[in-house]
Design a protein around this ligand. Structure first.
Ligand SMILES: [Zn+2]
Length: 466
């Protein structure tokens, strides 16, 4: 079997890995690369292989950096099945259409700039319609259901504990010498004891582990310490009479946060202030979180029972869909928490809330997840004083709070456990989905285990014979 790491290779976004076995081709994830607009457009547009030659694809989870380029893949000739869990399939449906909408808007912006420079206009990467057209190719799998996805390769999806429906992809096959082998691709690794979801399953009997290492350099702060920081920041802001703006990924982070906040309000840890989820995508995703009860862990069922809820309906959370409702939030002159997408503050309604609130020292901007270089979110997390929003310069007076411990990604300690858990059978350890600093730190940490193969920090287009 041949594996080529084409995306999230020595970077975090754009996950995409090609498997070739007995003349057949299988793609693991097909995410969009995120960075500077024009560069991203070209990276995403041109696949390093012919999409028409692929036999099948498997999607680990619905986040756009793993799924976002699927409509472009099908548009460019891929006609095979796309395997994913039921919840991932539903989430991908709303996620990809939303992404199509963003692509259509992005290209308008880019073309305006290009026209000024006398360059020709570009087509969007894909449209909402292209996203819709990709959906019939999806085939759902249950967790642990085995399926021969290409001849000689049996795949199963295993709980990753990262977002609703998220999975690691496990491939069983025979190598050239006729030995039974297992490749375990982590997708994004979640954490133990996060709200709503079950814990991630660690690899077993794997010969190759290809794993993410986003937080390879950071042992996460204790969830409880982070929770305290989170509560303190809210209390501080409320006492100033300010608003808390949280750029959050519509899927996963938003639902975890609403769970946390509802719990904190119920317990009296924070004042009973409105929690607004202002992102149509996040609102739709929240509906899917309520629908896919098969993904809930035992604690969530207990929470639902204790609070006599029908499902995950938090009574103090306000969901806004329309633009008018969103705009009206600006006139509310009272403390509130606004959770809005996008998670890296690159697009979406959160930009309006940032623009309206960033120059008021009473307010707080709360950064709760990893921010890609060159994004507005990264600039805010780095506490830059002057930032550009919609082309205008703003002088930041709002407080910035970064809370690492609430991340949906595994920290260093769990990543070490993940690498070690197949120690007896492991022949190759491949690190993807992480910046160099993170991969180096994790590699140093793993050097304490001499029996473990030395990790390879996979480059773009690097080939592995497995
Ligand atoms: Zn993810």
């Amino acid at each position: 079997m041949k594996l080529t790491t084409f995306g999230a290779a020595q970077t975090v976004t754009g996950s995409m890995h090609l498997i070739e076995h007995n003349g057949h081709k299988l793609l693991l994830d097909c995410g969009t690369f995120q960075g500077r607009r024009e560069e991203s457009y070209h990276v995403n547009l041109n696949f390093p292989f012919n999409p028409a030659e692929l036999d099948a694809m498997i999607l680990s989870h619905a986040h756009i950096d793993h799924s976002g380029n699927i409509p472009n893949l099908t548009k460019q000739g891929f006609t095979g099945p796309i395997y994913a869990t039921n919840a991932t399939m539903d989430l991908a449906d709303i996620m990809l259409r939303d992404s199509g909408h963003i692509q259509e808007n992005d290209i308008k912006y880019l073309n305006k700039k290009r026209r000024k420079q006398g360059q020709r206009s570009l087509e969007p990467l894909y449209t909402q319609k292209d996203a819709l057209l990709a959906m019939p190719q999806f085939r759902s799998l249950w967790y642990q259901e085995q399926k021969e996805v290409i001849p000689g390769v049996k795949a199963q999806l295993v709980e990753a504990g990262h977002i609703l429906g998220s999975a690691a992809i496990v491939l069983d096959y025979e190598d050239e010498a006729g030995n039974q082998k297992r490749l375990w691709y982590s997708g994004d690794i979640g954490r133990f004891d996060v709200p709503i979801l079950r814990d991630p399953v660690l690899p077993f009997d794997a010969h190759t582990v290809m794993m993410e290492c986003t937080y390879g350099d950071k042992p996460h702060e204790d969830m409880e310490d982070s929770y305290e920081e989170f509560v303190d920041a809210i209390k501080r802001t409320v006492s100033r009479g300010g608003k808390i703006i949280v750029p959050a990924f519509a899927i996963g982070r938003t639902q975890n946060l609403t769970y946390f906040l509802s719990d904190a309000i119920e317990n009296g840890d924070i004042p009973d202030i409105p929690v607004v989820v202002d992102s149509p995508l996040a609102v739709n995703a929240s509906d899917l979180y309520r629908k896919h009860t098969e993904c809930f862990d035992d604690e969530t069922w207990q929470f639902i029972a204790e609070h006599r809820m029908q499902g995950l309906d938090f009574h103090n959370v306000i969901y806004t869909r329309s633009v008018d409702e969103s705009k009206a939030l600006n006139d509310w002159n009272e403390p509130m928490i606004i959770i809005s997408a996008s998670g890296m503050a690159e697009a979406g309604r959160v930009l309006h809330h940032l623009k309206n609130n960033i120059e008021d020292g009473r307010n707080t901007i709360m950064i709760i997840s990893w921010q890609a270089p060159d994004t507005l979110g990264r600039k805010l997390a780095d506490r830059e004083r002057k930032v550009r929003i919609f082309g205008e310069e703003y002088f930041r007076k709002a407080e910035v709070v970064t809370i690492g411990g609430l991340s949906a990604h595994a920290g260093q300690t769990l990543l070490v456990d993940y690498a070690l858990s197949s120690q007896d059978t492991l022949e190759k350890l491949i690190l993807v989905h992480g910046e160099e600093r993170a991969a180096t730190a994790l590699t140093e940490k793993l050097a304490a285990y001499p029996d473990l193969p030395v990790p390879v920090y996979a480059g773009k287009g690097q080939v592995f014979e497995l």
